[in-house]
Structure formats: C-alpha cells, structure tokens
Ligand binder design. Structure first.
Ligand code: FES
Length: 217
C-alpha cells in the first residue's frame, strides 16, 4: 500500500510509475475539451474569404489607378512639335517685303512680309509686316492656295479656294464666295537673330482687322 501523502522520494519505483500512469489517464479523461487558443474551421474560412476579397478589390483599384494615370500621361500636351505648336518658319531675311506669300507645309500656313504700299484690290489693305494665314478655308476646310496669276475683277494675285471659289486678298480678307469669314491668322515671333517662329497652336479667327495683325519688322 502507498500513502498518497508520501513524497516522490519516499515512494517505491512501482508506486511512482502507478502515480504517473494515473495522472496520464486524468489528462485524456476529458477528450472533448478544446484548448483556449484553438481556431475553429469556420473562423479560418471567414478570414481566408476576407483576404481573397481584399486582394481582389485592391488589385482592381491598382489596375484602375494605373489606367487613369496612363490616360492622363497620354493626354498631357508636352513638347508639341509640328502643327499645333511652334513651327520654325525661316529667317526674316528670306521674306522680302511685298513678295508673294511662302507656303509652310509643316505648319499649314502661308507667310508673307506685307507691303502697306500694295494698294491694289487684292493687296495688303495697309498691312505692314509679317502675316501668317492658316491655309484651311473657313468654309469647309479645303486647302487654299496663293495664286499670283489668278485674275479677279481685273486684278491679279489672290488666295482662291479650289473647292467653292472663296477669294481672299493678300491679307486674307474674304471678298468673294461662301466662306463665312476671312482667313484665320497665327501668332508670329521673331528672335534677335531674325529667326521667325509661327505658333500654330495660337490661331485667331479671321476678320476685317487681319491687316492690323501683321507683325511690323
Ligand atoms: S471650302 Fe473653300 S470655299 Fe468652300
């Protein structure tokens, strides 16, 4: 017989073994008990669904943000070259006062150094200096050529639209045809070295004041 008040040192090896076996039985005697730190399968599934949902919306948001950023980057105007921005139009010395207008293909304009003394019907209307005219006809958009030999009402030298016959003076003033207004003008600058730049992004609607828009040089 063993005494339960005996200390392990006082117990025989057999008694100690029995006591250990009894304590083990006690541990498995309540197999339904769940440790306080255990996670149920339901909680585990819920957290996994939350993670997948957050990943989906996060990914979708990043994709949308990236798309909007790319679109804005594409639309932002920078370093515009050619038509729609500043176009180099040559040296001032290349434009003799009173000479015929010169076509600029890249900028889609005609450039002339107008002589206020050219007082004929198709002349300058008193304009003095550089004038850039958009070649696009204000009627339906045909390209308008300068025709130095075209005779209109006994005078030679006009802009004459090939589509419906709108006719303009050297300063772009409409004198005939269905066009609703005179030829449009573009802003001109000349630097200290005589380099001419026409800003094809700055177009003003043509009007009877076209001659006053010439840049005196
Ligand atoms: S497009 Fe020039 S007159 Fe019609």
């Amino acid at each position: 017989m063993t005494n339960e008040t005996q200390t392990p040192a006082q117990q025989s090896p057999t008694d100690a073994w029995r006591a250990a076996l009894a304590s083990r039985k006690t541990e498995v005697a309540n197999p339904g008990a769940v440790p306080a730190t255990a996670i149920s399968p339901v909680d585990h599934d819920a957290s996994r669904r939350s993670f997948i949902r957050a990943s989906f919306w996060g990914g979708l948001g990043m994709t949308l943000l990236g798309s909007v950023g790319l679109l804005l980057d594409y639309l932002y105007p920078r370093n515009v070259k050619g038509f729609g921005g500043p176009v180099a139009a040559g040296k001032l010395s290349e434009f003799k006062k009173g000479a015929d207008p010169v076509a600029n293909i890249e900028g889609q304009f005609w450039l002339a150094n107008l002589d206020p003394g050219e007082s004929r019907a198709g002349g300058t209307g008193g304009a003095d200096g550089l004038l850039a005219l958009w070649r696009k006809c204000p009627h339906l958009g045909c390209s308008v050529p300068w025709k130095s030999t075209f005779d209109f009402q006994g005078d030679k030298g006009w802009y004459r639209c090939p589509c419906h016959g709108s006719t303009y003076t050297k300063a772009g003033i409409r004198v005939f045809g269905p066009a609703p207004r005179s030829m449009d003008t573009m802003k001109i600058t000349v630097d200290g070295s005589g380099n001419i730049t026409v800003d094809t992004g700055k177009i003003a609607k043509g009007g009877p004041d076209n001659p006053t828009r010439a840049l005196k040089v």
